[in-house]
Design a protein around this ligand. Structure first.
Ligand code: 5GP
Length: 113
């Protein structure tokens, strides 16, 4: 069965896609938690970060660099932005297809809830 993000990548479910390349794509989060909140998602389905392997090293680097490139294009770099990966239910993961949240546009408190 396809994950939610595979369905979005296949355009079976609509989403605001803000970036795409051969390895990943980025969408605006449907329930934004900050003025800017987007998700960077690998095309390869890795259910969660802790299931990534050595083979995924380059992909993981590509995802992080994509987060920063998109954040810079959106003008988030000067004031700062946060990259978050929820790994597992206790950490708040609800979609089991690895994704990086990028949040910015307001002060973000620490520690997170
Ligand atoms: P998680 O909780 O797994 O770390 O993050 C999943 C994220 O996906 C949540 O922030 C949630 O708002 C977002 N999300 C869930 N369903 C959809 C959808 O159909 N479209 C978009 N664009 N985002 C979604």
């Amino acid at each position: 069965m396809k994950t939610l993000f595979e369905k979005i990548a296949a355009k079976e479910i609509p989403a605001e896609i803000i970036y795409e390349d051969d390895q990943c794509f980025a969408i605006k989060d449907i329930r934004p938690q900050a003025p800017s909140h987007f998700l960077v998602i690998p095309r390869k389905v890795i259910p969660k970060l802790s299931q990534a392997s050595q083979q995924d090293k380059e992909l993981l680097g590509h995802l992080l660099l994509s987060c920063t490139e998109i954040a810079k294009k959106l003008g988030l770099d000067e004031e700062g932005f946060r990259v978050v990966i929820n790994n597992g239910e206790m950490a708040g993961q609800t979609v089991f297809h690895l994704h990086m949240h990028v949040l910015g546009g307001r002060p973000l408190s620490w520690p997170p809830g």
